[in-house]
Design a protein. Structure first.
Length: 69
């Protein structure tokens, strides 16, 4: 799976952001459980997933602040 760049996230609507956030959180949880049982070959996947979640949260916050202004 290719990493999603922030410019793509900006183009998503609110519903797509919510769906992607839920899917990413589920993926991170599964990765953590799998890593606890048997170590992952590439642990950078955990870091990339966390950053993806943070980018989505950033876009949500940006939209919330722009609505208030």
């Amino acid at each position: 799976m290719a990493p999603v760049v922030y410019s793509e996230i900006i183009g998503w609507n609110d519903e797509e952001l919510k769906n992607e956030l839920a899917a990413s959180k589920m993926k991170l949880t599964k990765l953590k459980f799998n890593h606890a049982i048997t170590p992952l070959e590439n642990t950078n996947v955990l870091k990339e997933t966390k950053r993806h979640i943070a980018r989505i949260h950033t876009e949500f916050k940006k939209r919330q602040l722009s609505k208030q202004a």
